[in-house]
Ligand binder design. Sequence first.
Ligand code: FES
Length: 137
Amino acid sequence: MEPISRRSFIAGVCAVVALSGSELPAAANTAVKKLPGGRISVNLKAVPALAKVGGAAKIGSVKGVPVAIARIGTSKYIAFNLLCPHQGVPVVRNEKGWICNAHSSEFEADGDLVLGPATTGLARVPIKVSRNVATLG
Ligand code: FES
């Protein structure tokens, strides 16, 4: 076995840390399947961030728009667009919910508005759930 360089070790640790967040890594994501028409299906059981009520995670893109799913009940989920309603900048996940780094609008984990300048919450995306599989779009 070859000795691992310090640089390789640090790069590997950084990759693991980057993948452990609430966002699914697109390349290694087996929970999400692309469907015709730009829609996606999601195996909800394969998304750790959705294991508990109140959890939320960025899932992928529907028709080219970044989307997230939030679990709002034992078997109830909502999906929403991750483009800030103020000027369309993508929001990012933080410990409380979602934040827009352009002008600091804040949103709950379920996309509801907390703080402007945005005047509405994150726009809902159609979602249907059947047997732990969600179809978005
Ligand atoms: S674009 Fe998000 S707050 Fe302005």
